[in-house]
Design a protein around this ligand. Structure first.
Ligand code: DGY
Length: 332
C-alpha cells in the first residue's frame, strides 16, 4: 500500500513495534501518543474518515463511534482476545470486519492466574508489606499462615483455552480440578486434563480456589454474586483474570469483609481502573493487579503482530486471519 491511496487508520495507543511498524509503513496512521486512552470526544474526532481502527479494550466501539468514523470504515482490529468493548452485531450490520488476538496470550494469562492463586494462598502481598513496614522481628510459628495449594481443589469457571491451561498448571501441583462450562469438554479432553465437569453450584461448594476464565456476556455479568459467595467455602479464594463485571464487586467486598470467603486475587475489576480509595483496597485479603495477565514482552509482541495482521488484511479487503464476525463475509 503506497502512494496517495494509502488507507487511513487510527491506532488508539502505542503498541509494541512488532505491530506498530507494519501499520505505520503501510498506512496513513494516526497513532494516539499518550499513556492514557483518548477521551471519548477525542476518539470520535480521531476516527472520523478512517478506513481502519486498531482499538484497545478501553475503547468502546459502538454505533455512535461507527457513525463518527463514517461508512468507509472497513475493519476494527482489537488488541485483545476479549472483544466485549465492541458492538460486534452493529459492526457486522455495517459490513465491518472485527479482529481479535486469540491463542497467543493463553499461556501467559494462565501463568498470571496461577501466580495470583499462589500469592493469595500464601499471603505474599501481606508478607511483603510486613517486611517493608519493619515488622519482621522473629520467625513466628503463627505468622501469616496461608493455605496449601498442593492437594487442594481448583474450580475453573469457563473451560476454554485459558481455563484448560489453568488445569494443566494445577496438575503440576497435584490439585483436583473441577470445571463449569456451558459446553461440556469431551470425555477425552476431561481425561487428558484430569478435570471433571460439574454444575456451577457444585463447583462453588467443592473448590478451595475458584478461577474465572469466562467471557463477559449478559449471562456471565455478576455470575459471582452474593448467592454464589454464600455457596463457597469460608476459606475459598476467588481468582479473576477474565473480566471485572463477571463479579459483583459490592457482594465481593461484603463476602471478603464478613469472612464468607477467604480471599480474592483480581487482575480485572469493575470499574477499571479501580480507584485508589475503593473499599476492596482496604482489605488485606484482596490482592489487585492492574489487568496485566497478558503483559509479557513476548506475548504483547505477538498480540501486536496479530492486531496489525488483522488490520492490514481488512484494509486490503481480505478475510481477517482472526475474525470474530465471519458472518460479515456471508453476503459478499
Ligand atoms: C484480553 O486480551 O482480552 C486481555 O484482557 C488483555 O490482554
Amino acid at each position: 500500500m503506497t502512494g496517495p491511496a494509502r488507507p487511513r487508520v487510527f491506532v488508539s495507543r502505542i503498541i509494541p513495534d512488532a505491530g506498530l511498524r507494519p501499520v505505520v509503513e503501510a498506512t496513513e496512521a494516526d497513532v494516539w501518543p499518550d499513556e492514557l486512552p483518548p477521551s471519548r470526544d477525542e476518539l470520535l474526532r480521531r476516527v472520523a474518515g478512517k478506513d481502519g481502527l486498531l482499538a484497545l479494550l478501553t475503547d468502546p466501539v459502538d454505533g455512535e463511534l461507527l457513525d463518527a468514523a463514517g461508512p468507509q470504515l472497513r475493519v476494527v482490529s482489537n488488541f485483545a482476545v476479549g472483544f466485549d468493548n465492541i458492538d460486534v452485531p452493529e459492526c457486522t450490520r455495517r459490513g465491518i470486519a472485527v479482529g481479535n488476538t486469540p491463542g497467543v496470550l493463553t499461556e501467559t494469562t494462565a501463568d498470571l492466574a496461577f501466580a495470583l492463586l499462589m500469592a493469595a494462598a500464601r499471603r505474599l502481598p501481606e508478607g511483603y508489606d510486613y517486611v517493608r513496614a519493619g515488622n519482621w522481628k522473629t520467625w513466628g510459628p503463627m505468622l501469616l499462615l496461608g493455605q496449601d495449594v498442593h492437594g487442594s481443589t481448583l474450580g475453573i469457571v469457563g473451560f476454554g483455552r485459558i481455563g484448560r491451561e489453568m488445569a494443566r498448571r494445577a496438575a503440576g501441583f497435584g490439585m483436583r480440578v473441577l470445571y463449569y462450562d456451558v459446553h461440556r469438554a469431551s470425555a477425552e479432553d476431561e481425561a487428558q486434563l484430569a478435570a471433571r465437569g460439574v454444575a456451577f453450584e457444585e463447583l462453588l461448594a467443592e473448590s478451595d480456589f475458584v478461577s474465572l476464565h469466562t467471557n463477559l456476556s449478559p449471562e456471565t455479568r455478576h455470575l459471582l454474586d452474593r448467592a454464589a459467595f454464600e455457596r463457597m467455602k469460608p476459606d475459598a479464594i476467588l481468582v479473576n483474570t477474565s473480566r471485572g463485571p463477571v463479579v459483583d464487586h459490592d457482594a465481593l467486598f461484603e463476602a471478603l469483609r464478613n469472612g464468607t470467603i477467604g480471599g480474592a486475587a483480581l487482575d480485572v475489576t469493575d470499574p477499571e481502573p479501580l480507584p485508589a480509595d475503593h473499599p476492596l483496597l482496604t482489605l488485606p485479603n484482596c490482592l489487585v493487579v492492574p489487568h496485566v495477565a497478558s503483559a509479557s514482552v513476548a506475548t504483547r509482541d505477538r498480540m501486536a503482530q496479530m492486531a496489525a495482521a488483522n488490520l492490514l488484511a481488512g484494509l486490503r479487503g481480505e478475510r481477517l486471519p482472526d475474525c470474530v464476525n465471519p458472518e460479515v463475509y456471508e453476503d459478499r
